[in-house]
Design a protein around this ligand. Structure first.
Ligand SMILES: Nc1ncnc2c1ncn2[C@@H]1O[C@H](COP(=O)(O)OP(=O)(O)OP(=O)(O)O)[C@@H](O)[C@H]1O
Length: 586
């Protein structure tokens, strides 16, 4: 219902602004295209006149028949060349515009906040950025240029027939208006059908993407048949909606065909009457007949393109919706953060993912710059959530979070995230080379720097075993990394970024004892001279931190200097040290 409301609200000026934004950079090509269209329209109108002359000259001026015929053939060939050139430019302009829009939308999606991404599956967004935008290519090329061109042709034809005989002109004008008026209600029937069809296809893409990403669970549970059941339900919906939308589209061509038959009959009857009364020549009747079919063809093209536009309309509506989805995390005025390690402070900060459930309650603490905090607590107590607030994956609902003394809402996301390095529990690797996985496709980082970081992480031996060094392709058919190795790569990424605040979320939990030992020293080096937050389930991971915080149900249960807490027999931390973290916390 909300969607329906939104759809009804896409204003005409949005189409204009879309065209203006994406066609202005290509204005010279657009001007050339318009000129070519004019030439082509002129030729379309001129050619039947030649044929009329030809027919009228058959009886008396045989001598000029051959030149007329040759000129006619020449103009037809010229028209075809002009049309081919125009269609090349039109496709070029439309795909350039479409790709520019695609890039803008992709960037918008990448920048949208985490709550948006939790609510929309990647499959759904891929369908928007790919499927819906492909629909728009039609709008940019065929609709704009063909419809505009054909409309001009239509006006030209009607003006010319008026000059031949005002009664014929009036008849064609009435016919064109009638068809255009009839199309309006048909359009209202089609738009929702097209939209449903696109939505059904987006739902399938989203479903399949989600299932493929959990393929391991599906295999291990033998759940293929259940997946296929849901799959066939979705494909049935596609069948139903696509059938309905395509059949609705047929109404247009049927209306046009019937209209053409009526118009030709009316024009020929009128022509016969005028011929008999000596007011019209046979050639003029032929020209009128030709114009009637040309006019009908143009109406057909216009309505067919409007028909196509219906799908573009549905796409535009869905793209508009996505494009105007505001980012919940808004850049501040870019108050600069101090250089060097960054202090952290939470002031009465509260947060919940949903309004009905608060996850962190009224947190207040300060962590001086250059010190490291070990964050402990039961599963689900809010450790990861606290870390997410630091890099503004989400914003607090009450209170504030300050980094380097600055409220993080006063900085920009770029500034903030540039200064923070994060290693999360789930390391995402791309199907790309080790180099690209380390640098996030940034070519300015040299191979020497990468090798230096690999060496610092004591990964030289592992690196030597890679078949193609930094060019080794990982994931998606390439070299498969263990989760430990993947985490080591994530460490290397943070090393390269050289941040002033480092967050390690369960960073060592997946490492086997040997690998863990391997990078222990590297972690110390990574945290040295920086502020650090280490979320851990292992007490070993918080051995060298300066401060300890224990969270319980989203509140601070204990916070203080690690050594002091360790030696205070009444502290929760010293109790953990004696009993072992696993029994008490997990
Ligand atoms: N994206 C999310 N949307 C809604 N609720 C969430 C989301 N992420 C976490 N939660 C909920 O918030 C609470 C705190 O989760 P959080 O991941 O911060 O805990 P944690 O202490 O890091 O747990 P763990 O030790 O298992 O990683 C949990 O109840 C969890 O279900």
């Amino acid at each position: 219902m909300a969607q329906q409301k939104m759809i009804a609200q896409v204003p005409f000026r949005y189409y204009v602004s879309l065209l203006k934004t994406y066609l202005t950079p290509q204005r010279f090509k657009v001007i050339l295209l318009v000129l070519l269209l004019f030439v082509s329209i002129g030729l379309d109108i001129l050619n039947p006149q030649l044929l009329g002359h030809f027919i009228d000259s058959v009886e008396n001026h045989m001598i000029i028949l051959i030149p007329i015929a040759l000129l006619f053939i020449g103009l037809v060939i010229a028209n075809q060349i002009v049309t081919a050139f125009a269609s090349y430019i039109s496709e070029d302009v439309s795909w350039q515009a479409t790709n520019a829009l695609r890039a803008d939308l992709a960037l918008h999606c990448l920048n949208l906040d985490m709550s948006f991404h939790k609510a929309h599956t990647p499959g759904e967004l891929i369908e928007r950025v790919n499927g819906d935008i492909a629909m728009l290519a039609n709008f940019f090329s065929r609709f704009v240029f063909y419809v505009l061109g054909r409309t001009l042709l239509l006006i030209g034809i009607i003006a010319l027939t008026f000059s031949v005989d005002w009664r014929v002109g009036l008849l064609l004008l009435a016919f064109a208006l009638l068809i255009l008026v009839l199309l309006r209600p048909l359009q209202n029937i089609s738009v929702p059908r097209f939209r449903d069809a696109r939505q059904a296809s987006a739902a399938l893409a989203s479903f399949f993407e989600e299932r493929l990403s959990s393929i391991e669970d599906i295999h291990s549970n033998g759940a293929q048949s259940y997946v296929m059941l849901a799959f066939s339900r979705l494909t049935r919906r596609i069948l139903h909606t696509a059938r309905l939308s395509n059949v609705t589209g047929r109404y247009f061509s049927s209306a046009i065909e019937i209209g053409l038959a009526l118009a030709v009959a009316a024009v020929l009857t009128l022509g016969a009457y005028l011929l008999h009364s000596g007011q019209m020549t046979l050639g003029a009747i032929y020209v009128t007949y030709y114009y009637t079919t040309l006019l009908t063809q143009s109406l057909y093209v216009i309505t067919f393109q409007i028909n196509q536009m219906q799908s573009a309309t549905a796409s535009i509506q869905r793209i508009t919706e996505l494009y105007h989805t505001p980012n919940a995390i808004i850049d501040g005025p870019d108050v600069p953060l101090p250089s060097g390690p960054l202090a952290i402070s939470f002031d009465n900060a509260s947060f919940g993912y949903t309004p009905d459930k608060q996850v962190l309650h009224d947190l207040s603490f300060e962590l001086p710059a250059g010190t490291t905090l070990g964050l402990l607590g039961r599963t689900g107590c809010g450790k990861t959530t606290l870390a997410r607030l630091l890099y503004r994956a989400y914003d607090v609902q009450q209170g504030s979070v300050r980094i380097g003394g600055i409220d993080i809402r006063q900085t920009t996301l770029e500034t903030l995230r540039h200064r923070i390095g994060v290693v999360t529990q789930d390391v995402q690797l791309f199907h790309a080379s080790i180099r690209d996985n380390l640098t996030f496709f940034d070519p300015s980082i040299s191979d020497e720097r990468l090798k230096q970081v690999i060496c610092e992480l004591n990964l030289s031996q592992w690196y030597a075993s890679l078949p193609a060094g930094l060019d080794t392709i990982i994931a998606g058919g390439g070299v498969t990394l263990s989760s430990g190795e993947a985490q080591l790569l994530a460490f290397a990424r943070v090393f390269l970024q050289n941040p002033d605040l480092v967050i390690l979320d369960e960073a060592s939990s997946r490492l086997d004892p040997v690998t863990e030992k391997l990078i222990e020293g590297a972690i110390d080096r990574l945290l040295a001279g920086r502020t650090g937050v280490v979320i851990a389930h292992h007490l070993a991971a918080v051995q060298s931190v300066n401060a300890i915080m224990i969270l319980e149900d989203g509140s601070i249960c204990e916070y203080g200097d690690r050594d002091k807490l360790a030696t205070d027999p009444t502290s929760r931390f010293s109790h953990l040290l004696q009993t072992g973290l696993a029994e008490v916390i997990d």
